[in-house]
Design a protein around this ligand. Structure first.
Ligand SMILES: Nc1ncnc2c1ncn2[C@@H]1O[C@H](COP(=O)(O)OP(=O)(O)OP(=O)(O)O)[C@@H](O)[C@H]1O
Length: 268
C-alpha cells in the first residue's frame, strides 16, 4: 500500500498529512438516465490552494462542478465543505457554507455600471433586495465595499461605464467581482479564461492569483498555460473517473494523461 492509499483515520476535514481539506468528495457518482457521467470520484481540495480540474471534452468536469455546488444531486457519494456534509443540499444552502461559483455564461446588464452591479449584488445578499428606503449609512457601506471589489478586479477606471461598453475580459473580471462579493471561502471558477486572447488570459491569471489569497479555488480550464501557471494541484478526469492527480508537472508527464489528450486530438 502506498502513502496515497493509506488512510489513517484523519479527523473530519483533515488529511493524514495534516493539511486541512476545504472541499471534499467521496465516491461521488452521477447517472443521467443510465449514463454514468461521473464515476466514483474522490476529491480533496486543500484549504488555501488553487486546484485545477482538467480533462478532455465530456470528461465530467462540468457535471462535477454542478454536483459540488448543488445544481444537480449525486446518484451516490458524499460531499463535505470544511468537514460538514452538504450532500443533497440546495445551491443556496451550499453558498451559505461559503462556496461560490462563476458560470461560463455571462449574466450582466448592459446598462448598469460595474459599481451598480456590485452594489446591487451586495444589497441582494443582505436580503434587502431593491429596497430603496435603506438608510444612507447602509447604502454608503455598500458603495465602499463595491468600490473595493471593483478595484480588486482592476476595474476602478471603468466603475461608472455601462457594462455593455466593457471589453470581454473586463466583463469576465466584473463577474469575478460579483462572485467574490459573496465573500466565499471556496471559489469555483468555470473556465475563467474561455474565449480570451493571450493578453486577457494573462490578466486573468493574475486576477485569479489575487482573489485566491486567503481563499480556496477550484477551477476548470482547457488552457494548459493557465493550469500550469495557477494550479498547486491538478485532478485529471477522463470518462467520469479520476485518471491522475498531482502537481501540474507530475500529471503532464503521466503517460495515461498524454494518451487521453492525444486521443482527444485524433478525435477532433
Ligand atoms: N443533463 C445531462 N443529461 C445527459 N447526459 C449529460 C448531461 N450532462 C452531461 N451529460 C453527459 O455527461 C458527460 C460529461 O459531461 P460534462 O459536461 O460534465 O463534461 P465536461 O468535462 O465538462 O466537458 P467539456 O469540457 O466539453 O465542457 C458527457 O458525455 C455529457 O454528454
Amino acid at each position: 500500500m502506498n502513502a496515497a492509499e493509506h488512510h489513517d483515520a484523519p479527523q473530519q476535514g483533515e488529511r493524514s498529512t495534516g493539511q486541512t481539506v476545504a472541499l471534499s468528495a467521496k465516491g461521488l457518482s452521477k447517472d443521467f438516465r443510465g449514463f454514468r457521467a461521473v464515476n466514483n470520484v474522490d476529491l480533496d481540495v486543500v484549504e488555501g490552494q488553487i486546484h485545477a480540474l482538467v480533462g478532455p471534452n465530456g470528461a465530467g468536469k462540468t457535471t462535477l462542478f454542478n454536483l459540488l455546488t448543488g445544481y444537480i444531486k449525486p446518484t451516490s457519494g458524499t460531499i463535505t465543505v470544511h468537514g460538514k456534509d452538504i450532500t443533497g443540499r440546495e445551491p443556496e444552502q451550499i453558498a451559505h457554507e461559503g462556496v461560490a461559483r462563476s458560470f461560463q455564461i455571462t449574466s450582466l446588464f448592459d446598462n448598469l455600471t460595474p459599481r451598480e452591479h456590485v452594489e446591487l449584488g451586495l444589497q441582494g445578499m443582505a436580503g434587502g433586495g431593491m429596497r430603496f428606503w435603506r438608510s444612507d449609512k447602509q447604502l454608503r457601506q455598500y458603495r465602499e465595499r463595491a468600490d473595493q471589489l471593483v478595484d480588486e478586479v482592476g476595474l476602478s477606471a471603468l466603475a461608472d461605464r455601462p457594462a455593455g461598453e466593457l471589453a470581454y475580459g473586463q466583463k469576465r473580471a466584473l463577474e469575478m467581482a460579483l462572485v467574490i462579493s459573496l465573500d466565499p471561502t471556496v471559489l469555483l471558477l468555470d473556465e475563467p479564461t474561455a474565449g480570451m486572447g493571450r493578453e486577457d488570459v494573462d490578466r486573468t491569471i493574475e486576477l485569479v492569483q489575487q482573489i485566491a489569497k486567503g481563499r480556496t479555488v477550484v477551477f476548470v480550464d482547457h488552457n494548459m498555460h493557465v493550469v500550469g501557471s495557477l494550479a498547486h494541484h491538478v485532478t485529471v478526469l477522463m470518462a467520469g473517473e479520476v485518471l491522475a492527480r498531482g502537481t501540474y508537472e507530475t500529471v503532464r508527464a503521466d503517460q495515461r494523461v498524454i494518451n487521453a489528450y492525444l486521443g482527444e486530438e485524433s478525435n477532433a
